[in-house]
Design a protein around this ligand. Structure first.
Ligand SMILES: [Zn+2]
Length: 399
């Protein structure tokens, strides 16, 4: 870490939320943030759903498995489809930190950066922070550590994605994200410093701030039933248990269950909410070139989309005023459907799977969307452009 980065982090520690406000102000001065037109302010809620590392062939394989060759996954039924460029500021092939930071903060970052420019340039407040400034509830849900790169980009600013203790600290002390559901007990309660030099017991701090803390599905459900407005669910330390390895006795919640729990908390805010939901391990399955792993994670992610769509469909105001976006940050593995070449697969069958890589690839990814402002996403996009569409839909003024 550079001296400048160390100074910045020291400033954030000393200055608390005032420092974050200064960062947001500097960012607004440094670049145009939210353009405004006719869609201004029509969205009350935003649900941003990320199938991390999902390419289009993953969609084909999951569709055939669940519905046969002609069915549709839930996210495929959204009204608008576009696609986005995925490159980062520093690389044709992005990582998840730069990919999510492009969405969350509306500009290119280098691989590894979490809404933070290592060269000292100012950066913007994230869309989650701006939504919270409007009085909305905010939530992060993932099947990785909740301090991993994708959720972190929406709720923290750090020079290095490995600063997961610092990310936990910022969530609790600065950003004030109301709902956090994923893994990462040891990131929230640490004794050894991370790459940013941060360690501490941020679980105790969260409890002091009124968060209910849950460590398994039963605890999460009890906290939701109790009805509080702040929920920290930490289910283990590393990644959560993948779908294809789960047994009926598993006590960790599944992605669709965490999504439903998060909605039950954030829906209580009369000003609406911003909720991020990530199927984190589609990426990991493709890194591992593991087809059963990928299929399980894909179907669980689509189940989470179904939970959100059912929540929207249950109420006229939700239908009119919820912007739902489903977008992958990048492809992982170059997954391909190589066959069969001369028979038609039916429901429940598996494709002839192949991968070109164990790493991320540089291809574009699809963007599915519905709700206020979503027509602006039905075209060829850069990943940085989704930020302005969300700002505009939420009526966030240009500062
Ligand atoms: Zn990856």
């Amino acid at each position: 870490m550079s001296e400048m980065q160390r100074k910045f982090l020291a400033g954030i520690r000393r200055g608390g939320s005032a420092a974050i406000r200064a960062v947001a102000l500097a960012a607004a001065l440094g670049a145009s943030a939210c353009a405004v037109s006719g869609n201004k302010g029509r969205a009350k809620n935003v649900v941003y759903m990320v199938p991390d590392g999902m390419g289009l062939a993953d969609v084909t394989a999951a569709r055939i498995q669940r519905h046969g060759p002609d069915g549709m996954l839930h996210f495929e039924t959204l009204e608008h489809v576009g696609y986005q460029r995925t490159h980062s500021g520093s690389s044709t092939v992005t990582d998840s930190a730069a990919g999510a930071s492009a969405w969350a903060c509306g500009e290119k970052f280098d691989n590894g950066e979490v809404c933070f420019h290592g060269d000292g340039r100012p950066f913007r407040a994230s869309i989650l922070e701006l939504a919270r400034k409007q009085g909305k509830a905010t939530g992060l849900v993932a099947t990785s550590t909740i301090t991993n790169a994708t959720p972190a980009s929406f709720g923290a600013h750090v020079p290095d994605r490995n600063c997961e203790n610092e990310i936990a600290r910022q969530y609790v002390q600065l950003t004030g994200v109301e709902v956090m559901l994923g893994s990462g007990v040891d990131r929230f309660r640490s004794t050894a410093p991370d790459a940013c030099g941060t360690a501490g017991d941020f679980i105790a701090e969260a409890q002091g701030k009124g968060y209910a803390v849950a460590y398994d599905r039963a605890g999460m459900d009890a906290a939701v039933a109790h009805g509080g407005g702040r929920l920290l669910g930490l289910f283990g330390n590393g990644g959560m248990v993948p779908e294809y390895l789960r047994t009926p006795a598993e006590t960790q919640p599944r992605l669709p269950e965490m999504t439903a729990a998060a909605l039950k908390v954030v829906e209580k805010n009369p000003a609406g909410f911003f909720l991020l939901v990530e199927g984190s391990q589609i990426d990991w399955a493709n890194h591992a070139n593991n087809y059963p792993y990928q299929l399980g994670e894909m179907l669980a992610f689509d189940d989470a989309v179904r939970v959100v769509r059912n929540w929207i469909a249950a109420d006229e105001d939700r239908k009119a005023r919820t912007l739902l976006i489903v977008v992958a940050d990048h492809d992982t593995g170059g997954f391909a459907v190589n066959g069969p070449q001369s028979t038609l697969l039916t429901k429940g069958q598996t494709v002839q799977a192949a991968w070109t890589s164990g790493k991320h690839t540089g291809v574009d990814t699809l963007v599915w969307s519905q709700g206020p402002g979503s027509q602006a996403l039905a075209r060829a996009l850069d990943n940085t452009e989704i930020y302005a569409v969300m700002c505009e839909a939420l009526g966030i003024p240009k500062e």
